[in-house]
Design a protein around this ligand. Sequence first.
Ligand code: MN
Length: 197
Amino acid sequence: MPLSKYHQKRNFQITPEPEGKQAGESAHPLRFVVQKHDATRLHFDFRLELDGVLKSWAVPKGPSLNPKDKHLAMMVEDHPLDYRNFEGVIPEGNYGAGTVMVWDRGTFHALETSDPVESAQILRKQLKQGNVKVHLLGKKLKGEFALVRIRAFKGNSWLLIKHNDEFAHHKIEHEDLSVLSGKSLKEIAQTNVSDAK
Ligand code: MN
């Protein structure tokens, strides 16, 4: 079950995160989210929709628009699609405790096609091969990005790399603010936890 690890790690009586379930095949454009997560260590979570879940990587340094940067991305458990809307505070004592911001959001497709079904076929193969190439249409992140598995580390370690295209080196606007609420991490943290659900 794709979401069993996600469910095992969380108590949905306590955390405001969505319980979610795997969604069906989608004919709509595939969606992505990048969340900024002020947990034990501040990091970004990079999530791509595929097969009804969000394939997820934790990126300590976050995405970069400089093609020379190769930022480590640790693959983590699949998250439910609903997670792309999650912004709020995971209470102390829970897995991933801390504040979560929807840092960027949008749609994406494979480099070869903008068709969602064909994109999913291509990406499924690339994910297995450890070499995923996507074209992002976000508010902050645009253009081509690659996720490349580091073979030496077998399994979870990948690199997130911006391709050198027209969007490379762009300055990211509102770098510190949510694209969902316009809030900073601090402002999200101050929002009542019960409001976050
Ligand atoms: Mn995280």
